[in-house]
Write a protein that binds this ligand. Structure first.
Ligand code: ASP
Length: 462
């Protein structure tokens, strides 16, 4: 049964409740519930939303879900018409400004909510983006292309390869920088694979997303967009980066190297952190401030190398105490060609897994060890158990993050079956995925570190 537009997205108990009080989508209502009363606009819901809640945009701008079951009364006080269209203003062209391409893959950043009504509408054409964030025109001439429209848990090899190829095309056309709009949940996975698939880029490749949609008073969408577009247009850092909020406030953004970054908080806007290193730079609306000098510089040529090899039969196994060997056995039996283990501490799993690891080795499956502590290096020489595992063919992967090792192993096995060559590819850093040492202050600086601790460390640092 299709629900008419006036009840868009509502089903079950929530639909019944709205109908019984003559309230519809866009009705301005006061809902009385067991937990108090709430005043706001009834928002439409997506087709996949649950049938139990009515979603209200409160006067404060925040959205809340009201359990239909707790509703005692709904008073309808009016209606606020939806506006699906953002005013499209022609993006001004300025021959003096650099050309930046924004490639969209989806996620929260790809949608804009109408401030007045709360409708979710795609904002993607340059005109729409200019309508919502006019500051972008002060920075560059922006072109846009929607590659995909998915939440980032649905990104996979097809989309990674398609995005890498699109980057190659844009560089060949001579753009001065590329921004990739992406859902935040798996942005670090995509940043890692793009760091491998796109080699020797002459221009910045900046991934950006938003933790809060743009109807929310606390949205990070506009500022992240401005920071990322500025980085793509003006910075001399020709690497794959993630550009998101630095601190929890909107003081500045951080540029994280694509192979050292990870989403670390489910809801904070400052969710992305550089792990095992310090970020490449800070970015504000005024300037880009490098925090290190060892980055690849912008060039004028277009000699990018796109290598989209990828083997899908690779898995990450997150070790937990009392894991049974059947987990490894099932990967072997299902013809997996590569396994990344996220081991405990310096890189450990329990003894009962050893025979399964031996079997994996005999079947020519590439097995690499990473650490679930995220910070620090795999060190398999410290305990006998580590040495035993190396004898079973498990390869320690230094300080490569588990997700990065997963991507790199897929990329390496996509290029060759020869495990000696795979090992060469895995252990030769191409984009900062393995570093020689962690900086003494990397754990803290610009990442919520405490000044007192920083001062203490500086007394002992050589
Ligand atoms: N679930 C969304 C995604 O990763 C969240 C976001 O866009 O931030 O696509």
């Amino acid at each position: 049964m299709t629900v008419p537009d006036s009840y868009r997205g509502y089903r079950g108990k929530a639909l019944e409740t709205l109908k019984s009080f003559d309230a519809m989508v866009w009705s301005d209502v006061e809902i009385t519930t067991d937990a108090g009363s709430f005043t706001g606009i009834v928002l439409p819901r997506s087709e996949t939303a649950d049938p139990l809640h009515i979603v209200l945009k409160l006067r404060s701008g925040y959205n809340i879900g009201v359990a239909a079951e707790s509703v005692r009364a709904i008073a309808v006080n009016g209606r606020k018409e939806a506006h699906y269209k953002i005013p499209e203003k022609a993006f001004p062209f300025d021959p003096a400004k650099p050309r930046v391409k924004l490639l969209g893959t989806g996620g929260t950043i790809a949608s804009r909510l109408d401030y007045r009504t709360g409708a979710v509408i795609p904002a993607f054409s340059p005109g729409e983006l200019y309508g919502s964030v006019p500051e972008l025109a002060d920075i560059c001439n922006l072109e846009t292309e929607k590659l995909y429209g998915v939440f980032s848990e649905n990104m996979g090899p097809e989309q990674w390869i398609g995005t890498a190829q699109a980057i190659g095309r844009e560089i060949a056309k001579g753009v001065q920088g590329i921004v990739i709009g992406h859902g935040t949940d798996t942005m670090h996975h995509t940043a890692a694979i793009l760091s491998f698939m796109v080699q020797n880029s002459p221009v910045p490749i900046v991934m950006v997303g938003s933790q809060r949609s743009s109807d929310r008073p606390s949205s990070d969408a506009a500022l992240n967009l401005m920071h990322s577009v500025k980085t793509a247009a003006e910075s001399d850092i020709a690497e794959v980066m993630v550009c998101m909020f630095g601190p929890t406030s909107d003081q500045y953004g951080l540029l994280h190297r694509g192979t050292r970054v990870r989403k670390m908080h489910s809801s904070y806007r400052s969710t992305f952190r550089t792990i095992g290193d310090i970020p490449i730079a800070m970015v504000s609306r005024e300037k880009i401030t490098p925090l290190r000098q060892d980055y690849k510089r912008r060039r004028k040529d277009q000699d990018v190398v796109i290598n989209t090899a990828f083997e899908e039969k690779v898995s990450i196994v997150y070790y937990y105490p009392n894991m049974k060997p059947d987990i490894i056995d099932s990967l072997i039996d299902n013809n997996y060609r590569g396994i990344i283990i996220a081991g405990t501490g310096l890189g450990h799993v329990n003894k009962p897994l050893y025979p399964a690891l031996k079997r994996a080795h005999e079947k020519n499956i590439a097995v690499y060890m990473t650490v679930q502590t995220l910070w620090g290096y795999v060190q398999m020489y410290v305990y006998d158990t580590g040495r035993d595992m190396m004898e079973l063919g498990v390869v320690p992967s230094a300080n490569m993050l588990p997700e990065v090792a997963y991507m790199k192993l897929g990329w390496a096995l996509g290029q060759t079956d020869d495990l000696v060559k795979v090992r060469q590819i895995m252990m030769t850093p191409v984009a900062g995925e393995i570093t020689e040492r962690e900086p003494s202050n990397g754990y803290l600086v610009f990442q919520g570190g405490i000044p007192e601790v920083e001062e203490f460390i500086s007394r002992y640092r050589r």
